[in-house]
Write a protein that binds this ligand. Structure first.
Ligand code: ATR
Length: 277
């Protein structure tokens, strides 16, 4: 039997991870299976135990099990610890479960390949939920001038920013905060789930600097609501498809110790999205 990996979620039917990892495996010659598995909302531990009993070697974890994955892990990576977020589980030969988060690295690699402003940039991150928690530390590692985290529930943004207090570069508040309303950001990353509902946080027309870049962590066959709003206001826009492929590549590397080529897989995924439209 080939080595077994999977992604757990609920719902999970629309997950693109099996598509991505299957292409990674073909490309690198690694012999493995990668499945999408639906986990019941109240028994993540149960499906995980079954998976391990079947010989499963590692898994990605998506909504709503990221916290369950954190609790189940025996060993947390430093970046997962700081982010309090987990998207990759690996079974060690010693029987221990190792947890890591690859979302932040995935985002930064995609932004870098898109030539988005990072070094010395004024960055605005919209949202303070699970999607955002994992990305602040890798963004900070790129040496921005400052990061402002804006959230509908302002207290959550302030709490998240407080985790990085020692670095003195991250602050947080509501959308109405003067930093947000003053605008002039070089990079704005939408990490809210508002676009899922076709909604948009209240943002000023002057949000972007002259070379401002708009990035949505969500993706789809069509540009997201945030991207459509940003198009006439920003110098460039991008969706989160590249982030999805890059975070998958980092998980694949953790499991197989081989870095797949992401550009060809990104293209194949975009193509398959457009075909299904
Ligand atoms: P995820 O893991 O996708 O980040 P989450 O932890 O539930 O999911 O967080 C969702 C994020 O989107 C939160 O920042 C949420 O704001 P609140 O903390 O105020 O709930 C944000 N969000 C969801 N719907 C939104 C909307 N319609 N407008 C603005 N922000 C929204």
């Amino acid at each position: 039997m080939s080595d077994l990996y999977c992604v757990f979620g609920n719902p999970i039917k629309h997950s693109r991870s099996p598509f991505i990892h299957t292409l990674f495996a073909e490309q690198t010659g690694e012999v493995l299976r990668y499945e999408a598995r639906l986990a019941p909302l109240d028994d993540f531990q149960g499906v995980w135990d079954d998976f391990v009993a079947e010989g499963g070697l590692g898994a990605n974890v998506t909504v709503p099990f990221k916290l369950d994955a954190l609790q189940l892990a025996d060993v947390l990576s430093a970046r997962a610890q700081r982010a309090q977020a987990v998207n990759t589980l690996t079974c060690g030969k010693n029987g221990k479960v190792y947890a890591d988060t690859t979302d932040g690295v995935g985002l930064v690699r995609d932004l870098t390949s898109l030539n988005a402003p990072l070094v010395g940039a004024r960055i605005l991150v919209l949202g303070a939920g699970g999607a955002v928690r994992g990305v602040l530390e890798p963004l900070l590692a790129m040496g921005p001038e400052a990061i402002f985290v804006a959230n509908r529930t302002a207290s959550k943004a302030r709490e998240l920013a407080a985790n990085f207090e020692d670095l003195g570069k991250v602050s947080g508040g509501g959308f109405e905060a003067s930093d947000v309303q003053a605008g002039g950001f070089d990079l704005v990353i939408n990490g809210t789930s508002a676009s899922l509902a076709g909604e948009l946080p209240p943002l000023p027309d002057t949000l972007f600097s002259a070379h401002g870049f708009a990035y949505d962590m969500m993706y789809g066959a069509e540009p997201t609501v945030f991207m459509r709003w940003a198009e006439p206001r920003a110098a460039a826009t991008a969706d989160g498809l590249g982030m999805l492929v890059e975070q998958a590549a980092e998980s694949f590397f953790l499991w197989r110790n081989i870095r797949p080529d992401t550009a060809s897989v990104r293209e194949a995924l975009r193509h398959s999205l457009l075909e299904k439209k």
